[in-house]
Design a protein around this ligand. Structure first.
Ligand code: BES
Ligand code: ZN
Length: 656
């Protein structure tokens, strides 16, 4: 239930175009456009709900059913090169072309298989790049070849890949690379129909230097030997944003029968300890929502530059090392990524504008796992912390950004969908349904939903229809149409939102209030027992600024400056900057340099850029940190700094 991008990033995202805007016209002037272009018939609800403004693909004409990758990993050139072979389902018998999404790829050759098994060259046009969508690749295929192969290589600047020098890794000896495909970055390393409504199985043959272990979102073998030659299979159909690869000095240790951790040797033991409850989490989720359908569930611990907290790549979640704090207090992130194995990977949103179907549902399931495994106190604290943040920020968002989904008849194009609305309002909506229908009936509904739509990609309207039939109509008089409508399409937080109470956090409120009133800090015996969540709440409730003497007192008592807990740091440093507590500047800068996880660092950058001295510190820190940042993080910080220097001029970067 943690919002993935907090207020700060919201500012960046909204500045970059969260209000409805038209997708840019096709750069090559051809007739094919992103499907939510003005030409789309939006009066037809299903077409409107499925229109994906983030992709040039034409899934109503042809669909990739299987992808066979043959790639070589070249650390020196920072390049993946090879081919992608697609097995195609020509949905429209009249169709004559395959349109793929690409970004910064060099396309060398395209061939198509004839019915007699021979391969012919096919002509293709690579359009000029659009800033957000990349370059449309149009392949002429009048014969509707059953298979088409594209030979290509990536750019060293591929937005979906990060290449790390040995110095940027924990071990310091071997280079490292990893992908981050969500939302629309898969196209920067594989030419694809990069829309979640196309699902495909895949195989990959990957070559790499002999000492590099290569992993993918597929059937990784815990006993794989490093020989520079790797084969992968993903037998379940997945959307493109779940395609993932990583390579480096990686070792494996099991945490359970079907789960384990991959990490650099220096990080493996502490990771295994932190994530020891993973098998129990799988069991809890299976008990609630049906079998885990992906075989193994492994986690890959990435270097601190990983731009997200976690990424639910199937069979191999990618995880930030910032949750390894030694006391398992941040493992709800593992519950979250695991939960996506049901909500997101099994039942997938049809377009990124239905983000809440993935993230809201996952945040709800995450909280259920936490409650089952660690108790209601912790689950409620996590709900409250997230909901307080949502309450603080939602009112400042443009009205459309406050809704879980946009009505089918409203035109929306490349809006950035990633806010805490999708996560926390989404989870709250499901908690509301649970409270009205009762846990038993709601669990039955959700389990049925996962089974019914397994391995399908659906728009919000399909969820609504299913909920109407299987909840509202089945148990009449519990939730009205108007309430359903308000939760999904309304702004703000509905009056029907169920509240949770947390006696533990109420004690924290009392402690903070007492300290603010007369400077009496809570007794050590009390704070020694506080969990990370209580500390976060302690800081979240502080006034916008504090006196220097107060900050000094807090630092003397709790040593916030220099904290090793990124969740604490992302709250403490912005408060310190706002309050002019320059003693914390060095530690803040060191934090910004070491960590690349956007959620953790953007709030501090955002406070810094508000004053001329702060802006200077932000710029010098960014200049130092930049070589180690992921392209996604670099784009966010760059945008923020540019906007601060000359508001309204920063250009839109690619979507999250
Ligand atoms: N799937 C998301 C990450 C994501 C979403 C990347 C949209 C790009 C676009 C992932 O499951 C996620 O939500 N990560 C959160 C952590 C989670 C505990 C809320 C994050 O990275 O902060
Ligand atoms: Zn998520």
């Amino acid at each position: 239930m943690r919002p993935s991008i907090l207020t700060l990033c919201l500012a960046v995202a909204f500045a970059a175009g969260c209000t409805p805007e038209q997708a840019p016209p096709p750069a090559d002037g051809s007739a094919s456009t992103p499907s939510a272009e003005p030409g789309t018939d939006l009066s037809e609800p299903d077409a409107a709900m499925r229109a994906d403004a983030f992709s040039y693909a034409e899934p109503d004409s042809v669909r990739i059913k299987d992808l066979a990758l043959a790639l070589d990993v070249d650390f020196d050139a920072r390049e993946l090169s090879g081919s992608a072979t697609y097995t195609l389902d020509w949905v429209d018998p009249e169709a004559g072309r395959l349109v793929l999404d690409t970004r910064d790829l060099s396309i060398e050759k395209v061939v198509g298989e004839r019915p007699d098994g021979k391969w012919d060259d096919l002509t293709f046009v690579l359009a000029d790049p659009d800033e957000r969508l990349g370059s449309k690749l149009t392949i002429a295929a009048p014969e509707r070849n059953p298979r088409i192969r594209v030979t290509y290589k990536t750019s060293p600047e591929a937005s979906g890949l990060q290449w790390l020098t040995p110095a940027m890794t924990e071990g310091g000896k071997a280079p490292f690379m990893f992908s981050q495909s969500q939302q629309i970055h898969a196209r920067s390393w594989v030419p694809l129909q990069d829309t979640p409504q196309v699902r495909f199985t895949y195989t990959a043959h990957v070559t790499a230097p002999k000492d590099a272990m290569v992993l993918m979102s597929a059937d990784n073998d815990p006993k794989a030997v490093r020989d520079g030659d790797y084969e992968f299979t993903m037998p379940q159909p997945i959307p493109s944003y779940l395609l993932a690869i990583a390579a480096g000095d990686l070792v494996f240790k099991p945490v359970g029968e079907r789960s384990g951790v991959w990490a650099e040797p220096a990080a493996i033991d502490k990771s295994v300890e932190e994530f020891a409850d993973t098998e129990k989490m799988i069991e809890v989720t299976e008990k609630l929502y049906g079998p885990y359908r992906w075989g193994r569930y492994d986690m890959l611990v990435l270097p601190p530059s990983f731009p997200y907290g976690g990424m639910e790549n199937p069979r191999l979640s990618f995880i930030t090392p910032t949750v390894i704090v030694g006391d398992k207090s941040l493992v709800s992130l593992i519950a979250h990524e695991l939960a996506h194995s049901w909500s997101g990977n099994l039942v997938t949103f049809a377009t990124p504008k239905d983000q809440w179907l993935n993230e809201g549902m996952t945040s709800y399931v995450e909280n259920r796992i936490v409650e089952d495994l660690y108790g209601k106190d912790l689950a409620d604290m996590e709900y409250l912390i997230a909901r307080n943040e949502l309450r603080k920020t939602i009112g400042d968002m443009p009205p459309q950004g406050q809704a879980l989904a946009i009505r089918p008849d409203v035109k929306v194009t490349a809006k950035d969908p990633l806010t805490e609305v999708a996560y926390d309002k989404g989870a709250w909506f499901l908690a509301f349904l649970e409270s009205r229908f009762g846990r038993e009936d709601f669990d039955t509904f959700l389990r049925g939903y996962f089974d019914h739509f397994a391995f399908q990609s659906i728009p919000t309207t399909t969820f609504i229809d299913y909920a109407r039939e299987n909840l509202l109509d089945k148990h009449p008089g519990k939730v009205s149409e108007a309430e359903l409508d308000e939760w999904i399409y309304g702004t703000g937080i509905p009056a029907s939102a169920p509240e949770v109470k947390s006696p533990l956090l109420e004690k924290v409120d009392a402690a903070r209030t007492a300290w603010l009133a007369d400077g009496t800090l809570p007794a050590k015996a009390v704070t020694d027992a506080w969990s990370t969540q209580e500390w976060l709440h302690f800081l979240d409730g502080m006034p916008a600024t504090l006196e220097t003497a107060q900050l000094v007192a807090l630092d003397e008592a709790y040593a916030f400056t220099g904290t090793a807990n990124g969740e604490v740091a992302m709250r403490w440093y912005p408060l310190a900057v706002r309050s002019g507590y320059t003693q914390a500047n060095d530690a803040a800068a060191a934090f910004l340099e070491k960590i690349g996880r956007r959620k953790l660092i953007m709030p501090t950058y955002a406070e810094l850029v508000k004053t001329p001295e702060g802006l200077k510190l932000a710029e010098t820190t960014f200049a130092r940190a930049r070589p180690g940042y992921h392209p996604i993080t670099t784009a966010s910080v760059e945008h923020l700094i540019e906007e601060a220097k000359s508001p309204g001029t920063a250009k839109d970067g690619p979507v999250d």
